[in-house]
Design a protein around this ligand. Structure first.
Ligand code: AMP
Length: 519
């Protein structure tokens, strides 16, 4: 077994942040050298680091005054706002375990997440009517607390001002519960510890060289690891500024672009930004980090973004379960790869054929091991066992290869692999050929059951406005560019492709919609 963690940056943990008895919040705070520097700016209100610390102290006191103790679980059902972040950080400061819940989730999702995590308190916004929704049934929560999103300095109306830091927790104590997106089955709950949050945040700060002068444009949802942890926390650890916008809107994003140094998005956002004429190098004149992740980006989109911005688009790779495992950085970037293992991480590829560790360049199952024990699924020991190799490598469920310099390349999810007459077909390969056709703007390739061949390759394609591409013309374009076995048996021209809130393609929905297409 060989680890291919070559090129991994030396991990120099700063001494003042090394105390393992501090909460994640206390470790963030240790980096705040200037109390007057702006931590958050939402376009209307700003919070300096001094104000943020006072606000999270009030929130922590208000929560502890409810009789809560470290380790108690709470559900945070607030919309994205400064107030939501203040409550989150206040709860982490008090040692509570936070389940961030999207208040717009369907009732059955709310009931599922609450019944499986059993929070003792739910924090909602008064207007949302959480009290009646959580009084009884599977979504019942013992208590509700109203938060006021209009009062980021004191969203919980604290009346108790006792010491918010009176409890301490250690590195392994739970901090945040996240649910996986569940596009390949029932969503799974994962608890991240204070230590895991800190290790990932600090590693990203180091490799992206984030400092106090950085300003991040934050447009991601704050209920997924990307928007909740990966994007804002390295900036807060470095004492920089998070410009917090309520949601992604291309017009709003380009209006803020001239005032920021970092942008983090999912491929879908970059595709949308390309449609905007003001998404230019001129607008992005202060930008030094353009980062992309959470889903595969089409090479064409990446290249166009790089041409427009005059900057490399740095891809990074992670999962709800592991947080970030690999990343490109300005110093070590390889286009088309998702980067090198983060400090403390090792990777290996298992051959799809022999299941042994594969040499560089060979495609196989991606497995990774981090600096800390991987989190287990909250209520699914069988799945935890299935995903964890005996030597603690995590079976990511992704397929990819490592090049001779140690950069990881992801080719897709193992579940999305199409097996046609015994032949493994990566949807990404067929998608790359489809998107190269003039007039094709978005694609999704998926497998459906085939009576003789096991599975058949199918494609859903979105064409550019004003073009009249037909399925037959698209298939004809692929002849000679792909082997006949990889040319989709059916091509559907559709107006949009189904995506989740992170802009990720929902291949499962297309599979379901077109499952009888070959019969
Ligand atoms: P989630 O748990 O929702 O963050 O989804 C994690 C999955 O997203 C990974 O297992 C990958 O399949 C995919 N993913 C994340 N980042 C990338 C990336 N940069 N390129 C390709 N796929 C990615």
């Amino acid at each position: 077994m060989t680890d291919s963690g070559t090129g991994s940056t030396q991990y120099d943990r700063p001494e003042h942040l090394g105390d393992e008895t501090l909460t994640f919040y206390q470790r963030l705070k240790a980096g705040w050298a200037n109390a007057d520097a702006i931590a958050f700016d939402d376009g209307v209100v700003t919070l300096t680091y001094g104000e943020l610390d006072a606000a999270t102290g009030r929130a922590a006191s208000a929560l502890l005054a409810q009789g809560l103790e470290p380790g108690d679980r709470i559900c945070l059902a607030m919309q994205k706002s400064l107030a939501q972040i203040v409550v989150l950080l206040g709860a982490l400061r008090a040692g509570l375990v936070v389940l961030p819940l999207n208040p717009d989730s369907p009732a059955e999702v709310v009931a599922d997440q609450i019944s499986r995590t059993a929070p003792v308190l739910l924090i909602g916004e008064r207007e949302d009517g959480w009290r009646s929704r959580t009084e009884s049934g599977p979504a019942a929560v013992p208590r509700c607390l109203d938060a006021d999103p209009a009062r980021p300095h004191d969203p919980l109306h604290a009346t108790d001002h006792t010491d918010p830091d009176r409890f301490s927790v250690d590195d392994e104590a739970g901090a945040i519960i996240l649910f996986t997106s569940g596009s390949t089955g029932r969503p799974k709950a994962v608890i991240h510890s204070h230590g895991a949050l800190f290790a990932n945040t600090d590693a990203l700060r180091i490799i992206w060289d984030i400092g106090a002068s950085d300003r991040l444009l934050h447009v991601l949802p704050t209920t997924h690891a990307h928007g909740l942890i990966v994007a804002p926390m390295p900036i807060l650890l470095a004492g920089g500024t998070v410009v917090l916008r309520p949601r992604f809107d291309p017009g709003d994003a380009v209006a803020w672009l001239p005032r920021v140094t970092c942008f983090m998005g999912v491929p879908f956002y970059y595709g949308q930004l390309l449609q905007h004429p003001q998404f230019t190098a001129g607008a992005a004149r202060q930008l030094r980090l353009a980062i992309c992740g959470s889903a595969p980006i089409l090479p064409e989109v990446r290249e166009q973004v790089e041409d427009r911005l005059g900057l490399p688009l740095l891809e990074r790779y992670g999962m709800t379960e592991t947080l970030i495992m690999t990343a490109n950085s300005p110093a070590r970037n390889r286009a088309g790869s998702v980067g090198l293992p983060l400090p403390g991480w090792s990777l290996r590829i298992r051959s799809l054929v022999t299941h042994e560790t594969a040499p560089p360049q060979e495609i196989g199952d991606v497995e990774a091991r981090g600096p800390l024990a991987l989190p287990s699924y909250l209520d699914d020991w069988a799945e935890t066992a299935r995903k964890t190799a005996p030597d603690d490598f995590f079976r990511t469920g992704d397929v990819g290869w490592v090049d001779t310099d140690g950069f990881l390349h992801i080719t897709g999810r193992a579940d999305d692999l199409i097996i046609y007459a015994g032949l493994n077909i990566q949807p990404s390969e067929v998608e790359a050929a489809l998107v190269a056709i003039n007039g094709v703007v978005d694609v999704c390739v998926f497998g459906v059951p085939h009576p003789h061949a096991g599975q058949a390759v199918m494609a859903a394609v979105v064409s550019a406005a004003g073009t009249t591409l037909t399925p037959a013309a698209i298939r004809a374009e692929l002849i000679g560019k792909l082997p006949a076995t990889k040319i989709p048996k059916r091509v559907y021209v559709v107006s949009t492709l189904p995506r989740n809130t992170m802009g990720k393609l929902r291949r499962d929905l297309l599979r379901k919609a077109f499952e009888h297409g070959t019969l």
